[in-house]
Design a protein around this ligand. Structure first.
Ligand code: G
Ligand code: G
Ligand code: G
Ligand code: NA
Ligand code: MN
Length: 254
């Protein structure tokens, strides 16, 4: 309860911020976009990880307001980058299952686009597999509506908890994100990671783009590239960064 109160106070005092981690095309090494990631700057100057406070925001209901702020802020950043000439740039935003199930979710999406002028086709929503699997009817209709709005959909942490592959085929999903854990298993070319390999293959078969998370060294990038993985993000390319650093980083990277 104390943490819940602290979180709400932090949000109201604007101590929750977004950082952005670039996403890269593995064969050209060009930037294709960025993922917006929440950070809580604690009073002691330490960052509190989202894994810790997102569940609290979900349990207290704050996630609805916070999630709307996250999307609106990421859309504003997208619009600013476009004004600076970065026009082929996709902004990925994490969405909690509590937000996804909220009756005003689709209205919130439309409003964020309207208020910021962000183009829907450059906004991607990342939902986790658990959302994806436990209410099929709601999921299918909601994804249909998101596609009508024009946004893309990625399944985050893919491979960590799915129940039905055949079901995936019916969903209007654009991307699968290979969970960092499976990328971590890639230590040498021979062993690779059978799960990562399977997800890349699945992407090819279902005509979905695949992005590998948590790529930390060239060897992993090289193996993923040879396995046919088109996109990646991770410390090898860039750590998540403050918005004011992003345009400069993009300019230099080009
Ligand atoms: O802007 P709006 O009236 O929708 O704000 C809704 C909530 O978002 C309020 O609780 C407000 O304190 C919070 N909020 C508004 N702007 C910011 C901001 O720049 N940073 C953070 N962390 N919260 C904000
Ligand atoms: O940035 P970091 O690796 O610490 O993120 C940890 C987890 O928090 C990730 O699984 C990420 O999806 C989640 N997360 C980060 N930002 C957001 C956000 O804005 N909304 C939601 N719902 N989850 C987020
Ligand atoms: O949404 P998701 O939980 O997958 O968010 C990705 C998380 O992974 C973020 O918290 C981000 O800070 C973190 N991250 C991003 N790149 C790397 C990396 O190369 N290595 C590790 N260990 N963590 C990373
Ligand atoms: Na995630
Ligand atoms: Mn994510």
């Amino acid at each position: 309860v104390r943490m819940m109160h602290a979180l709400r106070t932090a949000f109201e005092q604007r101590k929750l911020t977004l950082v952005y981690q670039p996403q890269i095309n593995l064969s050209t090494r060009k930037v294709v976009g960025a993922e917006a990631l929440l950070r809580w700057c604690g009073d002691d100057g330490q960052f509190i990880r989202p894994d810790v406070f997102i569940p609290i925001a979900e349990n207290s209901g704050l996630i609805i307001e916070l999630g709307a702020w996250v999307l609106r802020t990421a859309c504003e950043q997208l619009v600013e980058l476009r004004a600076r000439g970065f026009v082929d740039f996709m902004m990925s935003v994490n969405v909690s299952q509590v937000q996804f199930r909220h009756p005003q979710f689709l209205t919130m999406l439309r409003l964020a686009l309207e208020q910021t002028g962000a183009p829907a086709e450059f906004v991607e929503l990342e939902i986790t597999e658990s959302v994806a699997m436990d209410d099929p009817a709601l999921l299918i209709t909601t994804l249909d509506q998101i596609k009508l709005i024009g946004m893309s959909i990625a399944i985050d942490d893919f491979g960590t908890g799915f129940s039905s592959l055949s079901y995936l085929q019916q969903l209007k999903v654009d991307r699968l994100k290979i969970d960092r854990a499976f990328v971590n298993e890639i230590t040498d070319a021979k062993r690779g990671s059978s799960i990562a390999e399977m997800i890349i293959q699945l992407g090819h078969n279902l005509d979905l783009t695949v992005i590998a998370e948590g790529v930390e060294d060239e060897r992993q990038a090289d193996i993923l590239t040879r396995l046919g993985c088109p996109l990646a993000q991770g410390y090898l390319f860039a750590r998540p960064m403050a918005p004011e650093l992003l345009p400069g980083w993009l300019q230099q990277h080009d």
